[in-house]
Design a protein around this ligand. Structure first.
Ligand SMILES: C[S@@+](CC[C@H](N)C(=O)[O-])C[C@H]1O[C@@H](n2cnc3c(N)ncnc32)[C@H](O)[C@@H]1O
Length: 266
């Protein structure tokens, strides 16, 4: 369990993290699957972004929310691909400022909007988006059931949610509570689950990127200074030792907000 202030954790990590060493390691591990223009702060791949664009089923007259959008790249890529208007939400003010700058690089037909807010309490009106996506962010929401209910609330009936996240056998130390399977939570939140698939090579990519960063410690020191480089290495070691062994799968889920008022199961 963890009662960490995740907005502070992410503000600090976005302000202080390595960009060039990280990109280099991600490119080495992902090869042609590295989502270059998205500059992800996640494990999303090029193929996954294509799946997001396809499964979300949105077009130019629709609005798409990206929950836990980080620096915006993945949502901006999907918006550029589909023509949908993008609203990106994230807890981190630093990430939101970066996302606004990233949006200037994309020539979107309708301007993207980025706001600081919590996945579980977005402040958006009921039924205001036709689709929602989330890349590797739900894992940080302390109450995943509430987060999914909130996403159902802002979606129009029949609207789709596509997300990637992890199932865990138990919650690692210093992490918010994790779940073994998101499908019952999706059902209770009012979604029909259309697909729930384990993502390609996720364990190897997590391990290889973490080990790759640790192996490039000298570059990290040159980029960040000794203290921040050491903090980065320690955090990566905790991921390898405490978090990765407890994760059972990284999933890409596709769910549709039910149109009927049928009571969710359970
Ligand atoms: C691993 S990063 C992924 C960022 C982005 N989706 C990407 O693929 O680059 C997780 C993001 O979730 C955000 N986050 C964590 N908890 C959140 C919450 N409760 N509400 C909104 N954003 C949250 C963090 O600030 C961070 O930007």
């Amino acid at each position: 369990m963890s009662d960490q202030d995740w907005s502070r954790v992410f503000d600090r990590s976005y302000a202080e993290h390595s960009r060039s060493t990280r990109q280099r390691v991600w490119r080495e591990v992902y090869g042609p699957e590295y989502a270059e223009h998205a500059e992800p702060y996640s494990y999303v791949s090029r193929s996954e972004l294509e799946m997001f664009a396809e499964y979300l089923r949105v077009g130019p007259s629709d609005t798409l929310a990206d929950l836990g959008c980080g620096r915006g790249g993945p949502g901006l890529i999907v918006a550029a691909r589909t023509g949908a208007r993008l609203i990106g939400l994230d807890l981190s003010e630093v990430a939101i400022a970066d996302a606004r700058r990233a949006a200037e690089r994309f020539r979107l037909s309708s301007p993207a909007e980025f706001r600081r807010s919590d996945i579980a309490a977005t402040g958006l009106p009921d039924g205001c988006v036709e689709a929602a996506m989330s890349v590797d962010a739900l894992t940080f929401a302390p109450d995943k059931q509430q987060a999914l209910r909130e996403i159902a609330r802002i979606l129009t009936p029949g609207g789709r949610l596509v997300f990637t996240s992890w199932d865990y056998r138990r919650t690692p130390d210093n992490r918010p509570p994790q779940v073994a399977d998101h499908r019952p939570l999706l059902d209770r939140a009012g979604f029909d689950v259309l697909a729930y698939q384990e993502t390609t090579d996720w364990r190897n990519r997590w391990q290889a990127t973490s080990e790759g960063m640790i192996a490039h410690r000298a570059e990290l020191v040159a980029e960040l200074g000794e203290e921040r480089a050491e903090a980065t290495v320690q955090s990566l070691r905790r991921q390898l030792d405490d978090q990765l062994p407890l994760a059972t799968r990284r999933v890409l889920a596709v769910a549709e907000r039910r149109r009927t008022n049928r009571m969710p199961r359970g």
